[in-house]
Write a protein that binds this ligand. Sequence first.
Ligand code: ZN
Ligand code: ZN
Length: 373
Amino acid sequence: MAKRDFYEVLGVGKNATDDEIKKAYRKLAMKHHPDRNPDSKGAEDKFKEAKEAYEMLSDPQKRDAYDRYGHAGVDPNMGMGGGGGGGFADAFGDIFGDIFGQAAGRGRGGPQVYRGADLRYNLEISLEQAAHGYDTTIRVPSWDNCDTCHGSGAKPGTSPVTCTTCGGHGQVRMQQGFFSVLQTCPKCHGTGKINPSPCGTCSGAGKIKRNKTLEVKIPAGIDDGMRIRSSGNGEPGMNGGPPGDLYVEIRIKPHPMFQREGDDLHCEIPISFARAALGGEIEVPTLSGKAAFTIPEGTQTGKVFRLRNKGIKGVRSGYAGDLFCHVVVETPVTLTDRQKELLREFDQLTTEGGAKHSPQTKTWKDKVKDFFE
Ligand SMILES: [Zn+2]
Ligand SMILES: [Zn+2]
């Protein structure tokens, strides 16, 4: 089913002000609200449609995205971002939260409880540390009860008093048209208490921000962008709510030698053209010491040698990936007269030997010939 234009849904023009959009939405929400139209599927759909349109057009960022890209700009299923929005399953739960700018009370009485926000910490480590595992410590913000007021937020000698606006419930009942809704108390912000004289040390918050040291154990094989959760080490909750979590996000520094692709590693191995021609054993570095392998005579540039299990053992893999060595044949530079002399002699002998020494040159010359004939 094609989606209707959001402006059309709300019955407003493209240049409608925020106020006009809000008014149009309230009108539609009242008209189609399921409480008023029990058992009407049509009304429910219209209500949801209006709600979605309002959610998009009342958010300046989303409205901008919608104006530029249409539905593709804001539909979370269509990949253009637009962000946020936990779907519309709870369409009826938070309608008034949207209109009146506050989370409507869901509990019965008592102050509202909020979980603390999650925190993110970016930790940069080397490829070796990622491969072998790494234990470290990080400094993260933490919150302690204020020493002066012991967490009450009230100046010593005073104590918080019950909020008169909500009678200590943290919520107030508001009449909106024919609805009566619970809202977080605007005076005490849901705590149910007011500090007539706030503590000077913490400005009445009851908590002081400090730093603490956390030990972080990074498992061997971790990859760039992976996160480690440290439960309960985020920001503190409000009104006795649980704290958020801390996420340590791993960034792996670029390595001078190796590029990682999943559990595999890639590196370039420069070898002299004499070595490439003669073959022989070459030594290569790996993340766990050196390894040696034999290259055959006549190895060309671009040839890839695969060393099994010399890559990285991923966090969830049972065995290590491979190391891919990409051969680069190096042309010798800054030669002495003697070296040049030998090379000229060498070149003459090679040319006399013809195609068998330079199969690629032969093929190439044939192609050139074909091209001009
Ligand atoms: Zn204090
Ligand atoms: Zn209150």
